[in-house]
Write a new protein. Structure first.
Length: 270
């Protein structure tokens, strides 16, 4: 027994001794502090951003990125990409890198820099919407669509992706001061860009474009599962977001077979 413990027993009353020894035992055996919910969130959302960038790199690597290196880049339809397609790809990848940077800034407690960089994000998102829309129109005019699809019907697919991206991003901007809503809306906005990458995964296009949308939903579902695990409930933003994504896909499917939609888009853009 140490000299300190012996002096404690001699100088104090038995009850006081027992209390002190119990406190010492509790301190010695108590576990390390658990990771805070905020720290878990930062790791999760940073991981989600990295997973989305990885998905895009894998999806576009076979035809586009590796083709750029070899000098033979093509689109999913086998066409040589024009300047608009290249700009669209640059903006698309810039967004995913920007998303990782923003989540990392929050994870490292540089919130002021995160907010200032948000203005660049607004400009980048606006450019993506404009260029993405132009890319979709040019593809329809050139007939650059998957085999069996009608160009002016198929335009519903890229325009639908752009529209849902714009809606979720607008929500993220409006609720930028509500961090819980903001970060989930950013996940949903970036999710809208994933179908184009996932449909390029080996074997997915052969199964049908709808499969890529089903795979796309893995990202917000992962967010909902994480909410349930970490908080005991799913944040309403995910429920509303998933509902909007599913309804959006249903609308695209309906427009793919609509002569009225094809006539309207061809009259407007053709």
């Amino acid at each position: 027994m140490s000299r300190w413990a012996w002096r404690l027993i001699v100088q104090r009353r038995p009850a006081s001794v027992l209390t002190s020894l119990a406190a010492m035992a509790t301190t010695a055996t108590s576990p390390r502090p658990l990771v805070s919910p905020a720290a878990r969130d930062r790791k999760f959302y940073t991981g989600m951003a990295i997973a989305m960038l990885f998905t895009a790199l894998v999806g576009f690597s076979r035809t586009y990125f590796l083709g750029l290196i070899s000098g033979h880049a093509t689109t999913i339809t086998g066409r040589v990409p024009n300047a608009t397609v290249h700009l669209h790809a640059l903006l698309f990848m810039s967004w995913l890198v920007f998303f990782i940077v923003q989540t990392n800034l929050v994870a490292t407690h540089r919130v002021k820099v995160h907010r200032k960089l948000g203005y660049f994000g607004v400009a980048l998102a606006a450019a993506m919407i404009v260029v993405g829309g132009r890319t979709a129109v040019e593809a329809a005019r050139l007939g650059a669509v998957p085999p069996g699809a009608k160009p002016w019907n198929f335009i519903a697919i890229p325009l639908g992706d752009i529209t849902t991206f714009a809606l979720f991003f607008l929500g993220a901007v409006l609720w930028r001061n509500d961090k819980d809503k903001h970060k989930r809306l950013m996940i949903l906005a970036s999710t809208c860009l994933m179908a184009a990458a996932l449909v390029r995964f080996p074997g997915v296009l052969a199964l049908g474009a709808l499969v890529s949308y089903g795979l796309m939903l893995v990202f917000p579902i992962a967010g909902a599962v994480y909410d349930r695990w970490s908080r005991g409930r799913v944040h309403p933003v995910y429920w509303w977001g998933l509902a909007l994504l599913v309804l959006g896909v249903a609308a695209r499917v309906a427009l793919l077979g609509s002569p009225t939609w094809a006539h309207a888009t061809q009259s407007l853009f053709g």
